[in-house]
Design a protein around this ligand. Structure first.
Ligand code: FUC
Length: 783
């Protein structure tokens, strides 16, 4: 790290750097392998790692479906359709709420602390996280000795590994221990497994809570190690490797045997091998995408990350930091969602509270979905898989909820939250969120997105039954209106409140715009999937009929999109949720070219939200970036990228709801890529929302629906070259703003015959596996 400025600048693109230990959690650095996670504080007198294991939650599975729901459902529907929201709400609170009212919550694995015995006087402190390799490092001098620490969470070796070294033999002495929960009260015992290994044993708590085991093993070179009581001691070692493994009974019948055998395997492997295996694994994912936005700001690149962020908060532009923020979003997904792990929850995997905000679980009326917005276009498709596994586990509980609450024998349903156990019954007694039956429908669209990007037929075969089952539920749930339309009822527009003409507030409703938009996309996905797989003609026909009866978007008195069936005023016009713009993003239904009337109304809607204080939570701001990108307004999108960094980002670059909630990181990253490349309309749109501040740049490795991988180079705000790799034979349609004159060249240098509409849109036939370069022709270069 004592490298020259140039080297620093080169590596700064992928590093978070600090010149002091983390004083609090919001400054600590996250590592993770999808299943095991840690926040690293990097202290000198004491190092602390706040630990998590993704399946360690409080309590076991339960059937929380309210047995009295069905008896009152028709009354609630009738009251809502007659306009008596107040009475419908009073009854829903009693009859539809889960029993008990809340699902299970995520809990910490504990803390690992290292207390060093060197002098407290230190100098030359540096701390960093390299997101290309997923290796964190701490370095400082004490007693004239240079101490170094490297820390990572390895996916291939299923362990957290810490390596301590010093530039003088025999210099490393410390005590280390595991603790858990406030007052260290939340475990059962710590036992010695062997001379260098301790095991913490405990249980998540609550009926059916999972058992957990955490194993800590120290291997010292030189000096000695011993265990006294609960402490592991290292005395005058040259170097030390600490290995931490953990397992719960959620996955393993014998979590202790599992955690110990994982530790055994890791301890038998040389540190350099572990390190390389881990770095190669992370690099293989992170290295798929590179990004540069704007010309390098040399001063900013060499500053510590927290100082760069502080400058942006004061109004500076730091395009290097924006690019780092984008890659950090990808890094967080790599660290918190890997094949076989649980999906990233509200805090990814990093939670240090025994009762975390919103339970640190899965809020599926925006937040969990947003966690995966950057997965496909960010070339991390396999990191999307844990979400599919959870959704598939939700089918069985969701059938039970459909039957018990709604008397529906076919299909599955989920409300606005789910948990470790894939619980689908309503969560909380919170009128604006609880009684919303669209959770499974929205999540199912992620299956379709995964297919749309990767075109993997085998995956579609696996996914289709889930998609179908999510849609079937609504064949029965949708209620006829007298005018022939079909609507969801009861439901809510998450999590907003309307005002009746007499000023009284209402929340529960029939046919909120979001529900119809989600269902339009879900039915369309099912119809297309059935067609591709050559199955289910009758079902597809029925869905087409039903789709035609869903309410169309309507424009209200302010020129805004109507959020409800009636043109109500809103109790909070700057509300953080923007549910009725679902069709614009993450939906795929609208674009300024194809649906100009609705996108104009979407613009008015967004402007009204922002004029009234909207975007005040991190995830809301991130959604707004994506929405402006889809409206192809680069300046507005950029303003909101700046606002996300300035107002909703913690010193460690994690998103600040407040408090920390990870969705804004993922939504922000997705928004940045959505500004550079879009593919929701069936064509590739290059640089659809490029702001002036990013007028120079390049990006490589973004993915687009239809099986494309895309690189783009631009300067002076104009496209210079695009590189498009085709996954299949077919036709590629590309749109670019104001750049009609281009030539298409295949990778063997041959010119490809392309057609153009003369207005920036060209198309040509592609061969699978070929990369095509689109260049501005000489004619346009001269222009
Ligand atoms: C929804 C949001 C909140 C928060 C919570 C986890 O309820 O409205 O802002 O993000 O989820």
């Amino acid at each position: 790290m004592n490298s020259s400025n140039t080297e620093r600048r080169r590596s700064a693109a992928y590093k978070l750097t600090f010149t002091a230990p983390a004083a609090e959690w919001n400054e600590a650095l996250p590592i993770g392998n999808g299943r095991l996670g840690a926040m690293i504080y990097g202290g000198t007198a004491e190092e602390k790692l706040a630990l998590n294991e993704d399946s360690l939650w409080y309590g076991g599975p339960r059937d929380r479906n309210n047995p009295d729901a069905l008896a009152h459902l028709e009354t609630i529907r009738r009251l809502l359709l007659e306009g008596d929201a107040e009475e419908a709400q009073r009854l829903s609170l009693l009859a539809l709420s889960g029993v008990p009212e809340t699902q299970r919550h995520y809990v910490p694995l504990g803390d690992l602390s290292l207390t060093f015995l060197h002098s407290r006087e230190t100098s030359d402190y540096e701390r960093e996280l390299d997101i290309m390799t997923g290796i964190a490092a701490v370095r400082y001098r004490a007693d004239g000795i240079l101490f170094k620490r490297e820390l990572f969470a390895s996916f291939p070796d299923e362990a957290i590994v810490i390596r301590l070294t010093a530039d003088r033999p025999g210099a490393i002495s410390f005590l280390t221990r595991l603790t858990r929960g406030p007052g260290n009260r939340y475990y059962d015992e710590i036992v010695k497994a062997d001379a260098g290994t301790i095991v913490m044993r405990g249980n998540g708590g609550g009926a059916g809570g999972v058992d957990f085991r955490t194993v800590l093993r120290a291997t010292a070179v030189g000096g000695s190690s011993s265990i006294i009581g609960e402490h592991l001691l290292i005395d005058r070692a040259d170097s030390v490797t600490l290995v931490l493994t953990a397992a719960t009974s959620f996955r393993f019948a014998d979590p202790e045997a599992q955690a110990l055998s994982a530790a055994d395997q890791v301890s038998q492997t040389a540190y350099d091998t572990l390190r390389e295996r881990h770095a190669d694994d992370v690099r293989s994912l992170m290295g798929r995408v590179s990004i540069r936005l704007g010309s390098a700001d040399e001063n900013a690149d060499t500053l510590p990350t927290n100082e760069r962020l502080a400058r942006v908060s004061e109004g500076a532009e730091d395009t290097g930091l924006t690019a780092l923020y984008y890659q950090f979003g990808r890094y967080l997904l790599v660290a918190s969602s890997r094949p076989g792990s649980l999906p990233a929850n509200l805090q990814g995997i990093w939670n240090d509270r025994i009762l975390p905000p919103w339970d640190s679980k899965y809020t599926i009326n925006i937040n969990t979905q947003m966690n995966y917005w950057a997965s496909e276009n960010g070339n991390l498709a396999e990191c999307h898989e844990p979400l599919f596994d959870l959704l598939e586990r939700m089918r069985e509980p969701g059938r039970c909820t459909a039957r018990t609450m709604y008397g529906i024998e076919e299909g599955f349903v989920a409300h606005h939250n789910t948990d470790l156990w894939a619980d689908t019954a309503p969560q909380d007694l919170y009128m604006p969120a609880t009684y919303w039956p669209m959770g499974a429908a929205w999540l199912s669209l992620h299956l379709w997105e995964h297919y749309a990007y990767g075109l993997d037929r085998a995956f579609l075969e696996r996914a289709y039954p889930t998609l179908r089952e999510a849609a079937v539920f609504f064949e029965h749930f949708l209620t006829d209106l007298p005018d022939g339309r079909v609507v969801t009822v009861p439901s809510v527009s998450p999590e907003n409140t309307y005002l009746l003409p007499d000023g009284r507030p209402g929340i529960l409703c029939a046919g909120p715009a979001m529900d119809s938009q989600i269902l339009r996309e879900l039915f369309t996905a099912c119809i297309k999937a059935a067609d591709i797989l050559g199955v289910d003609d009758d079902f597809a026909m029925r869905l087409k009929t039903l789709r035609a009866r869903l309410p169309q978007p309507e424009i209200g008195k302010h020129g805004q999109l109507m959020e409800w069936l009636e043109d109500y005023e809103e109790a909070e016009p700057g509300h953080r949720h923007i549910s009725h713009l679902f069709a614009l993003h993450p939906g795929t239904g609208w674009s300024p070219e194809a649906t100009p009337v609705w996108t104009q109304a979407a613009r008015v809607t967004l402007e009204r939200r922002l004029a009234n204080g909207g975007g005040h939570t991190g995830w809301s701001r991130a959604w707004i970036i994506n929405l402006w990108a889809r409206l192809e307004d680069g300046e507005k999108a950029h303003d909101n990228v700046q606002a996300l960094l300035a107002h909703s980002t913690l010193p460690n670059l994690l998103d600040n709801h407040p408090p920390f909630q990870i969705d804004g990181n993922f939504g922000g990253a997705a928004g940045i890529s959505e500004m550079l490349l879009q593919s929701h309309t069936g064509e590739l749109s290059l640089l659809p929302a490029l702001p002036i501040a990013w007028s120079e740049g390049d990006v490589e490795g973004l993915r687009a629906r239809g099986g494309w991988t895309v690189g783009i180079t631009w300067s002076g705000g104009a496209l210079r070259e695009a590189r498009i790799r085709a996954l299949r034979d077919g036709a590629c349609v590309v749109r670019m703003r104001g750049d009609a004159f281009v030539e298409v060249v295949a990778e063997d240098g041959s010119a490809v015959e392309a057609s153009s509409d003369g207005a920036g849109r060209i198309w040509w036939q592609t061969c699978a596996g070929t990369t095509y370069a689109l260049r501005r022709s000489e004619r346009s270069q001269q222009a």
